[in-house]
Design a protein around this ligand. Structure first.
Ligand code: SF4
Length: 299
Protein backbone atom coordinates (compact mmCIF):
# COMPACT_ATOMS: atom_id res chain seq x y z
CA UNK A 1 0.00 0.00 0.00
CA UNK A 2 1.24 3.50 -0.90
CA UNK A 3 1.96 5.69 2.12
CA UNK A 4 1.57 9.42 1.63
CA UNK A 5 3.70 11.47 4.03
CA UNK A 6 1.13 14.09 4.99
CA UNK A 7 -2.59 14.20 5.71
CA UNK A 8 -4.61 16.55 3.48
CA UNK A 9 -7.77 18.26 4.61
CA UNK A 10 -10.11 17.17 1.82
CA UNK A 11 -11.53 17.98 -0.62
CA UNK A 12 -8.32 19.11 -2.26
CA UNK A 13 -8.23 20.84 -5.65
CA UNK A 14 -5.41 21.92 -7.92
CA UNK A 15 -5.18 23.18 -11.52
CA UNK A 16 -4.63 20.46 -14.17
CA UNK A 17 -1.15 21.84 -14.92
CA UNK A 18 -0.10 21.24 -11.31
CA UNK A 19 -0.66 17.49 -11.63
CA UNK A 20 2.97 16.74 -10.79
CA UNK A 21 3.40 19.48 -8.21
CA UNK A 22 3.91 19.02 -4.50
CA UNK A 23 0.76 20.45 -2.97
CA UNK A 24 1.05 22.35 0.29
CA UNK A 25 -2.15 23.44 2.03
CA UNK A 26 -1.36 26.90 3.36
CA UNK A 27 -5.03 27.72 3.89
CA UNK A 28 -8.18 25.61 4.02
CA UNK A 29 -11.23 26.45 1.90
CA UNK A 30 -11.85 29.76 0.17
CA UNK A 31 -11.97 33.08 2.00
CA UNK A 32 -14.87 34.24 -0.23
CA UNK A 33 -16.73 30.96 -0.79
CA UNK A 34 -19.83 32.70 -2.18
CA UNK A 35 -19.69 32.50 -5.99
CA UNK A 36 -23.07 31.29 -7.28
CA UNK A 37 -21.66 28.54 -9.50
CA UNK A 38 -19.00 27.16 -7.13
CA UNK A 39 -19.39 24.38 -4.62
CA UNK A 40 -15.72 23.41 -4.36
CA UNK A 41 -15.27 24.38 -0.73
CA UNK A 42 -18.88 24.34 0.48
CA UNK A 43 -18.01 21.76 3.15
CA UNK A 44 -15.06 23.77 4.48
CA UNK A 45 -14.87 26.77 6.72
CA UNK A 46 -12.05 29.06 5.63
CA UNK A 47 -9.00 28.77 7.86
CA UNK A 48 -5.41 29.96 7.84
CA UNK A 49 -3.17 27.07 8.87
CA UNK A 50 -0.45 27.68 11.42
CA UNK A 51 3.05 28.15 10.08
CA UNK A 52 4.25 25.17 12.14
CA UNK A 53 1.68 22.88 10.48
CA UNK A 54 2.55 24.15 7.01
CA UNK A 55 6.28 23.77 7.70
CA UNK A 56 5.71 20.21 8.90
CA UNK A 57 4.00 19.39 5.59
CA UNK A 58 6.70 21.07 3.51
CA UNK A 59 9.48 19.12 5.22
CA UNK A 60 7.71 15.76 4.86
CA UNK A 61 6.61 16.41 1.27
CA UNK A 62 10.12 17.46 0.28
CA UNK A 63 11.50 14.17 1.63
CA UNK A 64 8.89 12.20 -0.31
CA UNK A 65 9.17 14.28 -3.51
CA UNK A 66 12.82 15.40 -3.65
CA UNK A 67 12.74 15.98 -7.38
CA UNK A 68 9.53 18.04 -7.44
CA UNK A 69 9.90 20.94 -9.85
CA UNK A 70 6.69 22.72 -8.86
CA UNK A 71 4.99 23.50 -5.56
CA UNK A 72 1.34 24.55 -5.48
CA UNK A 73 -0.12 26.36 -2.49
CA UNK A 74 -3.69 25.24 -1.78
CA UNK A 75 -6.59 25.74 -1.01
CA UNK A 76 -9.00 28.04 -2.86
CA UNK A 77 -7.13 31.30 -2.67
CA UNK A 78 -3.99 30.78 -0.62
CA UNK A 79 -2.71 34.09 -1.97
CA UNK A 80 -5.14 35.76 0.44
CA UNK A 81 -2.39 35.29 3.02
CA UNK A 82 -0.54 38.45 3.87
CA UNK A 83 3.02 38.96 2.69
CA UNK A 84 4.21 38.38 6.26
CA UNK A 85 2.59 34.95 6.29
CA UNK A 86 3.50 33.99 2.73
CA UNK A 87 7.19 34.83 2.82
CA UNK A 88 8.14 32.32 5.56
CA UNK A 89 6.23 29.62 3.67
CA UNK A 90 7.96 30.46 0.39
CA UNK A 91 11.36 30.57 2.13
CA UNK A 92 10.75 27.18 3.75
CA UNK A 93 9.80 25.70 0.38
CA UNK A 94 13.04 27.05 -1.12
CA UNK A 95 15.01 25.63 1.77
CA UNK A 96 13.62 22.10 1.44
CA UNK A 97 12.68 21.68 -2.23
CA UNK A 98 16.08 22.02 -3.85
CA UNK A 99 14.84 21.48 -7.39
CA UNK A 100 11.58 23.45 -7.37
CA UNK A 101 11.56 26.24 -9.92
CA UNK A 102 7.97 27.41 -9.56
CA UNK A 103 5.64 28.14 -6.67
CA UNK A 104 2.04 28.94 -7.56
CA UNK A 105 -1.34 29.51 -5.93
CA UNK A 106 -4.96 30.39 -6.66
CA UNK A 107 -5.67 34.07 -6.10
CA UNK A 108 -8.41 36.65 -6.28
CA UNK A 109 -7.41 40.00 -7.84
CA UNK A 110 -8.17 41.67 -4.48
CA UNK A 111 -5.55 39.39 -2.85
CA UNK A 112 -2.96 40.86 -5.23
CA UNK A 113 -4.14 44.43 -4.70
CA UNK A 114 -3.75 43.97 -0.93
CA UNK A 115 0.02 43.61 -1.39
CA UNK A 116 2.50 46.33 -2.31
CA UNK A 117 4.53 46.24 -5.49
CA UNK A 118 7.68 45.67 -3.44
CA UNK A 119 6.08 42.74 -1.60
CA UNK A 120 4.97 41.16 -4.87
CA UNK A 121 8.48 41.59 -6.30
CA UNK A 122 9.94 39.94 -3.19
CA UNK A 123 7.60 36.97 -3.54
CA UNK A 124 8.48 36.70 -7.23
CA UNK A 125 12.21 36.86 -6.50
CA UNK A 126 11.73 33.99 -4.07
CA UNK A 127 10.03 31.79 -6.62
CA UNK A 128 6.30 32.55 -6.39
CA UNK A 129 5.96 33.08 -10.10
CA UNK A 130 2.45 32.02 -11.14
CA UNK A 131 -1.07 32.85 -9.94
CA UNK A 132 -4.22 31.06 -11.12
CA UNK A 133 -7.13 33.46 -11.27
CA UNK A 134 -10.76 32.55 -11.89
CA UNK A 135 -11.74 35.73 -13.70
CA UNK A 136 -14.93 33.94 -14.88
CA UNK A 137 -16.17 36.93 -16.92
CA UNK A 138 -15.18 40.42 -17.96
CA UNK A 139 -18.79 41.58 -17.78
CA UNK A 140 -19.62 43.57 -14.65
CA UNK A 141 -23.34 42.76 -14.74
CA UNK A 142 -22.58 39.06 -14.84
CA UNK A 143 -19.88 39.29 -12.15
CA UNK A 144 -22.50 40.87 -9.87
CA UNK A 145 -25.10 38.22 -10.79
CA UNK A 146 -22.75 35.40 -9.79
CA UNK A 147 -21.63 37.26 -6.67
CA UNK A 148 -17.96 37.15 -7.64
CA UNK A 149 -16.70 39.95 -5.35
CA UNK A 150 -14.60 41.38 -8.18
CA UNK A 151 -15.26 43.73 -11.09
CA UNK A 152 -13.60 43.98 -14.48
CA UNK A 153 -11.70 46.99 -13.14
CA UNK A 154 -10.45 45.28 -9.95
CA UNK A 155 -9.44 42.29 -12.05
CA UNK A 156 -7.58 44.49 -14.51
CA UNK A 157 -5.81 46.37 -11.73
CA UNK A 158 -4.97 43.24 -9.69
CA UNK A 159 -3.63 41.16 -12.54
CA UNK A 160 -1.73 44.12 -14.03
CA UNK A 161 -0.11 44.63 -10.64
CA UNK A 162 1.01 40.98 -10.55
CA UNK A 163 2.42 41.30 -14.08
CA UNK A 164 4.26 44.50 -13.14
CA UNK A 165 6.03 42.50 -10.40
CA UNK A 166 6.99 39.77 -12.87
CA UNK A 167 4.39 37.27 -11.64
CA UNK A 168 2.70 35.38 -14.49
CA UNK A 169 -1.00 34.60 -14.44
CA UNK A 170 -3.22 31.82 -15.67
CA UNK A 171 -6.70 33.20 -16.27
CA UNK A 172 -9.91 31.17 -16.39
CA UNK A 173 -13.16 32.19 -18.12
CA UNK A 174 -16.40 30.19 -17.78
CA UNK A 175 -18.16 29.52 -21.05
CA UNK A 176 -21.96 29.59 -20.71
CA UNK A 177 -21.87 31.46 -17.40
CA UNK A 178 -24.62 33.93 -18.34
CA UNK A 179 -26.89 31.53 -20.20
CA UNK A 180 -28.68 32.71 -23.35
CA UNK A 181 -29.60 36.16 -22.14
CA UNK A 182 -26.13 37.44 -21.20
CA UNK A 183 -24.10 35.35 -23.64
CA UNK A 184 -23.07 38.13 -25.99
CA UNK A 185 -22.03 40.65 -23.37
CA UNK A 186 -20.18 37.88 -21.49
CA UNK A 187 -18.21 36.83 -24.58
CA UNK A 188 -17.37 40.35 -25.74
CA UNK A 189 -16.51 41.90 -22.39
CA UNK A 190 -14.50 38.83 -21.38
CA UNK A 191 -12.53 39.08 -24.63
CA UNK A 192 -11.97 42.77 -23.98
CA UNK A 193 -10.69 42.22 -20.44
CA UNK A 194 -8.48 39.23 -21.31
CA UNK A 195 -7.02 41.18 -24.25
CA UNK A 196 -6.10 44.02 -21.88
CA UNK A 197 -4.50 41.54 -19.48
CA UNK A 198 -2.57 39.48 -22.03
CA UNK A 199 -1.96 36.66 -19.50
CA UNK A 200 0.65 33.97 -20.02
CA UNK A 201 -2.05 31.27 -19.86
CA UNK A 202 -5.76 31.36 -20.65
CA UNK A 203 -8.25 28.55 -20.23
CA UNK A 204 -11.97 28.18 -20.61
CA UNK A 205 -14.22 25.90 -18.61
CA UNK A 206 -17.89 25.29 -19.29
CA UNK A 207 -20.51 26.05 -16.68
CA UNK A 208 -21.72 22.98 -14.85
CA UNK A 209 -24.20 22.88 -12.02
CA UNK A 210 -23.44 19.97 -9.69
CA UNK A 211 -26.43 20.73 -7.46
CA UNK A 212 -28.81 21.07 -10.39
CA UNK A 213 -30.00 23.95 -12.51
CA UNK A 214 -32.71 25.02 -10.07
CA UNK A 215 -30.27 25.73 -7.29
CA UNK A 216 -27.97 27.66 -9.60
CA UNK A 217 -30.90 29.72 -10.93
CA UNK A 218 -31.86 30.57 -7.34
CA UNK A 219 -28.37 31.83 -6.57
CA UNK A 220 -27.92 33.61 -9.92
CA UNK A 221 -29.09 37.20 -9.46
CA UNK A 222 -30.42 37.57 -12.99
CA UNK A 223 -32.51 35.76 -15.57
CA UNK A 224 -30.56 32.59 -16.32
CA UNK A 225 -31.84 30.83 -19.44
CA UNK A 226 -29.88 27.63 -20.20
CA UNK A 227 -28.05 27.39 -23.53
CA UNK A 228 -27.80 24.48 -25.87
CA UNK A 229 -24.34 23.04 -26.37
CA UNK A 230 -24.16 24.72 -29.77
CA UNK A 231 -25.09 28.07 -28.27
CA UNK A 232 -22.26 27.65 -25.79
CA UNK A 233 -19.86 26.83 -28.61
CA UNK A 234 -21.02 29.89 -30.54
CA UNK A 235 -20.33 31.95 -27.43
CA UNK A 236 -16.86 30.44 -27.14
CA UNK A 237 -16.25 31.20 -30.80
CA UNK A 238 -17.32 34.82 -30.33
CA UNK A 239 -15.01 35.13 -27.32
CA UNK A 240 -12.00 33.75 -29.20
CA UNK A 241 -12.78 35.84 -32.27
CA UNK A 242 -12.51 39.06 -30.26
CA UNK A 243 -9.33 38.18 -28.38
CA UNK A 244 -6.28 40.24 -29.25
CA UNK A 245 -3.36 38.57 -27.51
CA UNK A 246 0.36 38.24 -27.90
CA UNK A 247 1.77 34.81 -27.11
CA UNK A 248 -0.91 33.63 -24.66
CA UNK A 249 -1.05 29.85 -24.30
CA UNK A 250 -4.71 28.88 -24.61
CA UNK A 251 -6.22 25.63 -23.35
CA UNK A 252 -9.83 24.59 -23.41
CA UNK A 253 -9.33 21.00 -22.34
CA UNK A 254 -11.14 20.88 -19.00
CA UNK A 255 -13.39 17.87 -18.49
CA UNK A 256 -16.42 20.21 -18.55
CA UNK A 257 -15.74 21.23 -22.18
CA UNK A 258 -17.41 19.43 -25.07
CA UNK A 259 -14.57 20.33 -27.46
CA UNK A 260 -10.88 20.27 -26.56
CA UNK A 261 -8.92 23.20 -27.97
CA UNK A 262 -5.37 24.45 -27.57
CA UNK A 263 -3.09 26.90 -29.25
CA UNK A 264 -1.18 30.12 -28.94
CA UNK A 265 -3.21 33.29 -29.30
CA UNK A 266 -3.68 35.24 -31.37
CA UNK A 267 -1.42 33.28 -33.75
CA UNK A 268 -3.74 30.26 -33.82
CA UNK A 269 -7.02 32.15 -33.66
CA UNK A 270 -8.21 31.22 -37.16
CA UNK A 271 -7.31 27.57 -36.61
CA UNK A 272 -9.28 27.46 -33.35
CA UNK A 273 -12.27 29.23 -34.88
CA UNK A 274 -12.20 26.87 -37.84
CA UNK A 275 -12.21 23.84 -35.51
CA UNK A 276 -15.15 25.26 -33.61
CA UNK A 277 -17.02 26.03 -36.80
CA UNK A 278 -16.57 22.48 -38.02
CA UNK A 279 -17.90 21.09 -34.74
CA UNK A 280 -20.89 23.41 -34.85
CA UNK A 281 -21.59 22.57 -38.47
CA UNK A 282 -21.32 18.88 -37.73
CA UNK A 283 -23.96 19.28 -35.08
CA UNK A 284 -26.08 20.62 -37.93
CA UNK A 285 -27.30 23.43 -35.77
CA UNK A 286 -25.79 26.59 -37.17
CA UNK A 287 -29.26 27.53 -38.34
CA UNK A 288 -30.61 26.79 -34.87
CA UNK A 289 -28.38 29.30 -33.11
CA UNK A 290 -27.61 32.17 -35.42
CA UNK A 291 -24.96 34.64 -34.37
CA UNK A 292 -26.54 37.47 -36.35
CA UNK A 293 -27.51 39.65 -33.32
CA UNK A 294 -23.83 40.09 -32.49
CA UNK A 295 -22.29 43.50 -32.90
CA UNK A 296 -18.84 42.57 -34.21
CA UNK A 297 -17.59 46.12 -34.26
CA UNK A 298 -17.89 46.61 -30.55
CA UNK A 299 -14.21 47.47 -30.12
S1 SF4 B 1 -13.45 32.60 -5.30
FE1 SF4 B 1 -13.05 30.69 -6.47
S2 SF4 B 1 -13.00 29.04 -4.94
FE2 SF4 B 1 -13.93 30.85 -3.95
S3 SF4 B 1 -16.15 30.58 -4.21
FE3 SF4 B 1 -15.45 31.82 -5.94
S4 SF4 B 1 -14.95 30.34 -7.60
FE4 SF4 B 1 -15.11 29.18 -5.66
Amino acid sequence: MYFFPIQYDEPLFRPPSEANAAIVQATLGCSWNSCAFCNMYETKKFKVRSFDDVKHDIIHLAKAMPSARKVFLADGNAFVLSYDRLMPIVSTINEHFGRAHRISAYALPSNILAKTHVQLCELRTNGLSLLYIGVESGDNDLLAMINKSETAQSTLEGISKAHAAGIDTSVMIINGLGGQKYSQQHALNSAKLVSQLNPKFLSTLTLFTPHGLNQFQTQFKGDFIPQTQVEQLNELSLFIEHLELDGTIFRSNHVSNSVGLEGVLSKDKMKLLSTLEQVIEKAGTLMESPRTPVNRKIY
